[in-house]
Write a protein that binds this ligand. Structure first.
Ligand code: AHG
Ligand code: MN
Ligand code: MN
Length: 353
């Protein structure tokens, strides 16, 4: 028993009911229910038939893992029959799903990544789920255009992390708050109220195997971090990469750091790896509400106008001073002000582009 502790439901009632937003509170309770179901599935690991891949691919051409599809089903069922959304869209479905039963239709749209960090499922490393809640149009079916709202329009967002403990981290635009699942009781209990990311950090997260595809501003930043005490940063940095955005961002939320999946030239048809609507936007909302920043390097993530549900975007997010520094490096590169990193060494024909 956690005497005097606040459950997720109580917290949501307190934060939202007074503002007449009980529907949003109820929807977040539904999200928590889906998260509990996925948490129970992931915890079974090799004891249940949930590991491994399927023969199918999603719209991004990625082979689906069993748990991708099972988690997607858990969210779809929760949203479709919960009476609180008019439609939903996920990483695993090409097109949005409209709730056809008018009786069961609600005022919101839900966009989500049901299982983030899929490559970690079979090796028993933390994975997560990410969600974003938007307003649905009133009195008519939602169209694709209704989903394509910039991140600044999100009514709520958050993620679940299935790690040693299962946590749900959410924002409704009034701070970022973390809840830990008390498995025996089945409640999410508030354990991390009003999370604040340290503004400075000595930790960065990036997949350095992509180094030769990066743009010069990212090269510059990472090179300086690696030089540590011996260069301009005057302190040593540490590097971490879990390959679950949720787990990397959660670490950064807890102790500071900067997460980067920047624009690269690996596949010129993709302006980044991560998806704007169900990865970058919700994570940026959570991070900004905790005092951090979410940027593409050249713009605020949440101000990017989406033109496609599955659109990709460069992502740089975390501790404020570090993100601002990386944005400055992009500006200096674009304006030609940074002579070293704008030099012919980084021109179109050089090794570094
Ligand atoms: P998903 O499993 O939902 O497709 O997302 C995986 C993403 C993200 O979680 C992670 O940061 C990144 O892909 C890892 O990419 P690399 O395999 O390039 O490290
Ligand atoms: Mn993902
Ligand atoms: Mn996923």
């Amino acid at each position: 028993m956690h005497l005097g502790r606040t459950t997720l439901s109580k917290f949501l009632i307190q934060q939202l009911q007074a503002e007449g937003k009980s529907d949003l509170a109820a929807l977040l309770v539904d999200v928590a229910a889906a998260v509990k179901a996925i948490s129970a599935m992931t915890a079974k690991g090799g004891l249940a038939d949930i590991l491994g891949s399927l023969e199918t691919q999603n719209i991004q051409g990625e082979t689906q893992k069993k748990l991708d599809v099972l988690s997607d089903q858990a969210f779809i069922n929760t949203f479709k029959y919960g009476g609180l959304v008019a439609g939903l869209a996920s990483e695993e479905n090409d097109d949005p799903i409209t709730v056809n039963d008018l009786e069961k239709r609600g005022p919101f749209l839900a966009v989500f990544d049901p299982l983030d960090g899929s490559s970690n499922i079979d090796v028993n490393v933390s994975v997560g789920s990410i969600f974003s809640i938007l307003e649905a149009p009133k009195d008519r079916d939602p169209t694709l255009a209704d989903y394509l709202q910039p991140g600044t329009k999100q009514l709520a967002a958050g993620y679940a992390i299935y790690g040693p403990s299962t946590m749900l981290v959410i924002t409704v635009g009034k701070g970022t708050h973390g809840f830990t699942l008390d498995r025996e009781v089945g409640n999410f209990v508030m354990t991390h109220a009003n999370i604040q990311i340290p503004v400075d950090t000595s930790e960065f997260a990036i997949n350095t195997s992509n180094e030769r595809f990066w743009e010069p501003p990212i090269h510059r930043y990472v090179t300086e971090c690696k030089a540590g005490k011996t260069d301009i940063r005057a302190r040593d940095f540490n590097m971490r990469w879990i390959a679950s955005m949720v787990a990397d961002v959660h670490r950064i939320l807890m102790r500071g750091g900067v997460f980067m999946y920047p624009k690269d030239t690996k596949d010129l048809s993709k302006p980044g790896r991560l998806r704007l609507m169900y990865e970058a936007n919700p994570m940026s909302f959570v991070i900004e509400q905790a005092g951090g920043l979410g940027s593409t390097g050249r713009a605020r993530v949440m101000e990017v106008q989406p033109d496609n549900i599955h659109q990709r975007v460069p992502v740089i997010l975390g501790s404020r001073n570090e993100v601002e520094r990386i944005e400055k490096y992009h500006r200096e590169f674009d304006s030609g002000e940074d002579s070293k990193y704008s030099s012919p060494l980084f021109s179109d024909r050089s090794l570094y582009r």
